[in-house]
Design a protein around this ligand. Structure first.
Ligand SMILES: Nc1ncnc2c1ncn2[C@@H]1O[C@H](COP(=O)(O)OP(=O)(O)OP(=O)(O)O)[C@@H](O)[C@H]1O
Ligand SMILES: N[C@@H](CCC(=O)N[C@@H](CS)C(=O)NCC(=O)O)C(=O)O
Length: 698
């Protein structure tokens, strides 16, 4: 559908999933924009943005319920916000935006804004001239051409040209204004988005773990679209319309008396009141339609992603049933959206046309009395009629403006999320001498009611290879997260070469530590890029050398695209073992003094694992690095200088492999259990080899 110019400015492109509990931060759901859901049952744009229901209203509650199949983590507890508070928050946002419109030290932007306003006023002044020319043309035609002679050109030529020129001028001014203003809005969007993004990257792990990435990017997306909408609708719609109404009222009063202006003014008030109240009422249908649409999208995406599970259990019919139910709800809500739109449009038209009719009657009466000319009647009609164009979108603009304010509030609030882990003022860089790590009486829990580490004391001597082992969930990876300062300890302290890690700058701390995590975070880019991430300055040769040392170069070289192979989202297109070795290559490129390997070789086959470990060992020895290995497979760490056995958040025992075996404690128990398993596995391997190749092992 080709939208008229004004509609282009005020009708936002479809923001598909706009359901959001008011003031709840980000819904935890991942919304996927599926083309299946882009059109409604009539093939029209599906309902899009909505204004929020009045806080605490039934709508708000319904919406919140619909949006929260599982209670999403909310940054601020959902609050009941009064209208007054909401208005205050809205004004705060508008005030914040005004800094972008009138930036202190950016005269270029100020000039553009000033020029836009000048063009806006000029366009509207020209626009209200058009009916004047029309009136004069009509009046000048009201002669007896047969008796007086003359042509259209001699009688009204100049005015007809002026009529056309004024119309063209108004449009040109309007379009130039759009062009001049575009960069103001886009610059504001870019500045806000970058600021929020930078802040998000600095936020700690607990923040990121508690919300889904889709929610964050959506918040930025909606918030920035909100900025764009707010700025453009203000400059292109709200302000020009207010200006035009005022001009029209002024002209009517001046030329024809207060009666005309009174009718216009009252009509505008009634029209606005009706539009806003009806829009607020019908918004709930749009919310319902959106909720159903989201549900259908979620159901469809979920079952399409998990199509294997659907097939394993022959549940196609069940899934189609769920999808159909969501579509049914969408259908019902969409019908209500359409019918309520018809009601809104009819009501608006009734109010507007009644006023126009009354004014026509007054003008006709004036003509009959000889006070007004036919041209005046035409002019009154056209002046008022011109207003119908922007007013026709008033409801949509109101709805979108309210939604924009909410979206922007979410965005600006993201920026206000406090960093829990941050540098102390004037934090100094970490001074590494030998690389000794010490945990002193460390107590920590992700939640206060569940401590994970309890009064933990341990020392990791400089330049040694240390292993931390223990049952799953005992807090091994937590030690690493604390050291990396993803979280701060609740009690006690962590020292690196005698410096409390909370006193040194985060940048220097994280630079000093290298990690191969349990789950390698890979970017959806090439293998080369992912290795290079360890050191963005690395040359191709250094990348290849790192891959060689991580025992993955040959594998990469065997891929058709070599180092240019795309790894897929989160490395889904390469194997777990390859991923781990890429993580090791990255670490080798980073070359930090303190190294952590958290189950770094768990996905490798025994032979590759042994080869890689011996390589890592040689690097560690050669560079005298302090290293910590977290491992379940004790065979991979038995040669460590010290093995620390954790149990329930405290050190149960520590020592070398031999000391711990002699001690016959937890470690020795775990070792014997694994050895028995390994022995079993080895035997099985031998038997299988024999079956495949009898006589091979003779
Ligand atoms: N962000 C978090 N919020 C709440 N609890 C967490 C969080 N991360 C980990 N935990 C819990 O803390 C405990 C210790 O986790 P940790 O990852 O340190 O265990 P682990 O010893 O490394 O386990 P595994 O050997 O299975 O990797 C676990 O019970 C885990 O469920
Ligand atoms: N006259 C109405 C409707 C204007 C209109 O057609 N708006 C466009 C978007 S700019 C639309 O598609 N509306 C659909 C709807 O409101 O459900 C109003 O003032 O809101």
């Amino acid at each position: 559908m080709l939208l008229p110019p004004l509609a282009r400015a005020v009708c936002r492109p479809t923001l598909h999933h706009r359901l959001r509990p008011q003031h709840a931060y980000l819904s935890a759901r991942v919304f996927t924009s599926s083309p299946l859901h882009r059109k409604d049952v009539h093939g029209q744009r599906p309902p899009t943005a909505q204004s929020a229901p009045s806080p605490g209203s039934k709508d708000a509650v319904q919406q919140t319920k619909a949006a929260q199949p599982a209670k999403p983590p909310t940054l601020l507890a959902e609050q009941t916000v009064t209208n007054k508070e909401q208005r205050k928050a809205d004004w705060a946002i508008i005030k914040e935006m005004s800094h972008y419109l009138w930036p202190k030290d950016n005269y270029g932007t100020r000039f553009r804004v000033g020029l836009s306003v000048a063009l806006l006023v000029s366009a509207k002044v020209l626009n209200v001239q058009v009916p004047f020319y029309f009136k004069n043309i009509v009046d000048s035609m009201n002669i007896d051409f047969a008796a007086l002679g003359g042509t259209a050109w001699t009688v009204a030529g100049t005015m007809i040209v002026a009529y056309g020129a004024t119309r063209i001028g108004a449009t040109v001014f309007q379009e130039v204004r759009n062009a001049v203003f575009a960069s103001v809005a886009q610059k504001a969007i870019r500045a806000v988005a970058c600021r929020v993004y930078e802040h998000l990257l600095r936020l700690d792990q607990s923040f990121h773990l508690s919300r889904q990435t889709g929610g964050l990017t959506r918040a930025i997306d909606r918030g920035t679209k909100g900025i764009s909408f707010l700025l453009t609708s203000m400059v292109f719609h709200v302000l020009p319309t207010i200006l035009e109404i005022s001009l029209v009222c002024g002209i009517l009063t001046y030329n024809y008396g207060a009666k005309f202006a009174l009718i216009t003014g009252t009509t505008m008030l009634a029209y606005t009141a009706f539009t806003i109240s009806t829009t607020a009422w019908r918004t709930k249908f749009r919310k319902q339609a959106n909720a159903a649409d989201n549900k259908a999208a979620t159901v469809a995406v979920d079952s399409l992603i998990n199509y294997e599970a659907v097939k394993y259990f022959n549940n196609e019919k069940f899934e189609v049933g769920r999808y159909d139910k969501a579509l049914q709800n969408y259908e019902k809500a969409s019908i209500k959206v359409a019918t309520s739109l018809a009601f809104l449009n009819s009501g608006q038209n009734l109010i507007f046309s009644s006023a126009l009719t009354a004014m026509m009657y007054l003008a006709a009466d004036g003509v009959a009395n000889g006070n007004l000319t036919v041209g005046d009647l035409v002019m009154v009609n056209q002046l008022v009629f011109q207003l119908s164009v922007p007013l026709n979108f008033l409801g949509s603009v109101y709805r979108e403006l309210r939604q924009s304010l909410l979206d922007m509030e979410t965005l600006f609030n993201l920026q206000k999320v406090e960093l829990k882990v941050r540098d102390k003022p004037n934090a100094k860089p970490l001074l590494l001498s030998s690389g000794e790590l010490k945990f002193e009486n460390v107590t920590f829990g992700y939640r206060p009611d569940r401590p994970i580490l309890k009064n933990l004391n341990l020392t990791i001597p400089a330049g040694k290879k240390i292993a931390i082992v223990g049952p799953s969930g005992c807090g091994k990876s937590t030690i690493l997260r604390l050291l990396f300062r993803y979280y701060d300890v609740q009690e006690g302290r962590i020292l690196i070469d005698g410096q409390d890690i909370r006193d040194v700058s985060l940048e220097s701390l994280r630079k000093a530590i290298g990690v191969v995590p349990q789950d390698t975070p890979l970017f959806n880019d090439t293998i080369g890029h992912n290795i290079k991430y360890g050191n963005l300055e690395a040359t191709d040769d250094q990348i290849i050398e790192a891959a060689r040392r991580a025992h993955v170069h040959d594998t990469i070289s065997s891929f058709p695209d070599g180092y240019n192979t795309m790894v897929g989202e989160r490395g889904m297109m390469i194997s777990g073992g390859e991923k781990q070795r890429l993580a090791v290559s990255r670490l080798i490129l980073k070359d930090p003094p303190l190294l952590f390997f958290d189950e770094a070789t768990s996905a490798l086959d025994t032979h590759t694992e042994q080869a890689l470990l011996s390589h890592i060992n040689s690097i560690l020895k050669e560079k005298k690095r302090t290293s910590v290995f977290v491992a379940h497979r004790l065979r991979t760490i038995y040669d460590s200088d010290m093995i620390i056995v954790l149990r329930a958040g405290s050190v149960a025992e520590s020592g070398t492999h031999q000391q711990l075996i002699d001690r016959a404690g937890l470690y020795s128990e775990l070792w014997s259990a694994q050895e028995t398993l390994f022995a079993g596995a080895d035997e099985k391997e031998v038997v299988e080899d024999e079956i495949k190749d009898p006589g091979q092992r003779k």
